[in-house]
Design a protein around this ligand. Structure first.
Ligand SMILES: [Cu+2]
Length: 70
């Protein structure tokens, strides 16, 4: 059974940002689908099992952005 988790990412401003975040988060093992809503900064991640939030934070940082902690 897959699960979907929504994260908030700070600093995304354009489709290039969306692409960078999507690409990095997609590399996390078990991730099935990544959807970014640029207007809200929401990142919806579908995965085979619940994800390690730290892995998602690392991937977002790798792309050059930060998970919003609020
Ligand atoms: Cu951008």
């Amino acid at each position: 059974m897959s699960s979907t988790t929504t994260y908030s990412v700070d600093g995304m401003t354009c489709s290039h940002c969306v692409h960078a975040v999507t690409e990095e988060v997609s590399k996390i093992p078990g991730v099935l689908d990544v959807r970014v809503d640029l207007t809200t900064g929401s990142v919806h991640v579908s995965s085979q099992q619940p994800l390690d939030d730290a892995a998602v934070a690392d991937a977002v940082e790798e792309a050059g952005y930060e998970l919003s902690t609020s």
